[in-house]
Design a protein around this ligand. Structure first.
Ligand code: SAH
Ligand code: TMP
Ligand code: ZN
Length: 412
């Protein structure tokens, strides 16, 4: 019987996406047939209510030298993380011996600003390729997975930290017992652990089921994070809603009793209970909504194909692996996917084998329809692709429902 990675209680599976490839394993054209597949299914803990994957993919298969996600690929995300760094520089890092550690610093999108300010910092990042880019920006990086042993090493070599920050990474880490043991080693008595991840409340509200894939092991709520923190001698002291990546929460965690608990925490937990975010009814409705989106998207793309319309996808996101594999979207329905990331270009999408081409291929010539796989970056992308709409092109969106639209819209 599968059990909760945190509290050991029974897990109840509520959606099975079937066999899926690794979401970021873009396939070289001469390596087709060598792909790794696992069963993507999501469940909920009957006790602490934490939503989590039923199966765990070994971390070295996902995070390595060739990991192809570079955080700085979006202007909006660069601005978001620059503002985050400035916030820490102005608040938590003003003491005599400031020190900030980032778990999953990627290409240095956040720590670059800290490094430029000359403030002591360390990124812990297991993926060597992205870590090298961070170093080229003047960021100090330890190429390793963060866990208890790494935290001990960082503490003995650099001293204790005021802040441990992590964006879009804690949800990637099944072994949170080791993470919290590491935080206990590493944080100053009054230090904070701040992390931001996609919010289960937004995933339910928008049926953004494509947030569910191998790398995203956990789907947090304020309630489940509070239970998690308390289990390890910490407390959830603040929450802030963020508009990025389709809706996230920034959680601030401190040692038990070290900081007052903001009213925002109790308010959000009360709201989650009112909404019944983890009730059987909500989970069944979510599953039904996923199946509707799947059927509608297959129907729309099959119809466009029958009419001879060209459909190209925009953004070879990790998320799109779930949509494409669930719906069986191969090169027969989607001609290619354009993406600005050199590490993805020239390869094929995992499992579905749609060719990935550079961004310039999009306009050469424009297709009739663009399937927006990077819907979380809709505002940024639609603002720069106005010529596509002016040429009569339509965007196909599937969050929260399937539709084809002209021009600039709020995709979410
Ligand atoms: N913080 C960036 C990157 C998110 S992608 C952003 O928000 O855009 C997730 C990153 O976490 C990847 O770079 C991956 O290599 C890293 N990662 C995965 N497991 C990790 C672990 N145990 N410790 C530290 N980093 C990890
Ligand atoms: P993300 O949704 O996980 O951040 O991934 C976004 C992907 O989309 C990434 O591969 C970069 C790509 N992208 C573009 O190709 N053009 C763009 O304008 C933006 C913002 C992203
Ligand atoms: Zn649990």
């Amino acid at each position: 019987m599968p059990t909760c990675r945190i509290c050991g209680s029974r897990l109840r599976e509520f959606y099975d996406f079937g066999k899926q490839p690794l979401s970021d394993a873009f396939v070289p054209t001469d390596r087709v047939g060598e792909e790794f597949f696992y069963r993507l299914a999501v469940g909920i803990c009957s006790s602490c209510t934490l939503v989590q994957l039923m199966e765990e993919v070994p971390r070295d298969k996902m995070f390595h030298e060739d990991y192809p996600y570079y955080s700085s690929g979006s202007v909006v995300m660069r601005e978001h993380f620059e503002a985050t760094a400035r916030h820490f520089l102005a608040t938590e890092l003003t003491g005599p011996d400031p020190f900030i550690v980032e778990i999953g610093c990627n290409d240095g999108v956040m720590l670059g600003t800290v490094a430029a300010a000359g403030v002591p910092h360390l990124g812990v990042e297991p993926s060597g390729g992205v870590a090298d880019v961070a170093r080229s920006r003047g960021v100090s990086v330890l190429t390793d997975f963060f866990e208890e042993g790494t935290a001990e090493r960082v503490r003995s070599e650099h001293g204790p930290a005021d802040v441990v920050f992590s964006a879009n990474t804690i949800c990637h880490i099944p072994y949170l017992d080791s993470i919290f043991a590491g935080l206990d080693r590493l944080l100053k008595p009054g230090g904070v652990f701040v992390f931001e991840d996609p919010y289960w409340g937004d995933i339910v509200e928008r049926t953004s089921f494509d947030q569910i894939y191998d790398e995203h092991y956990y789907y947090f709520t304020a309630r489940s994070v509070q239970a998690l923190a308390r289990r390890y001698g910490f407390d959830l002291v603040d929450v802030t809603a963020l508009p990025v990546h389709g809706g996230e929460i920034r959680y601030t965690v401190a040692r038990k009793g070290a900081r007052p608990v903001s009213g925002a925490v109790t308010d959000l937990i009360a709201r989650e209970n009112e909404r019944g975010l983890t009730t059987d009814e909500t989970l069944a409705a979510f599953g039904a909504a996923v199946t509707s989106v799947k059927n509608d998207l297959i129907a729309l793309l099959t119809d466009l194909k029958a009419k001879g319309e060209r459909v190209v996808a925009y953004g070879a996101t990790a998320k799109s692996a779930t949509v494409a594999n669930l719906c069986g979207l191969g090169p027969g329905l989607v001609e290619f996917v354009c993406d600005t990331t050199p590490a993805k270009q020239g390869r094929l999408t995992p499992g579905t084998h749609i060719p990935v081409r550079p961004a310039e291929a999009f306009a050469d010539p424009y297709p009739a329809y663009a399937l927006l796989f990077a819907w979380n970056h809709a505002a940024e992308i639609m603002a720069k692709e106005t010529a596509f709409s002016e040429a009569g092109g339509r965007w196909i969106l599937y969050v929260p429902t399937v539709r084809a639209v002209e021009g600039k819209v709020d995709a979410t």
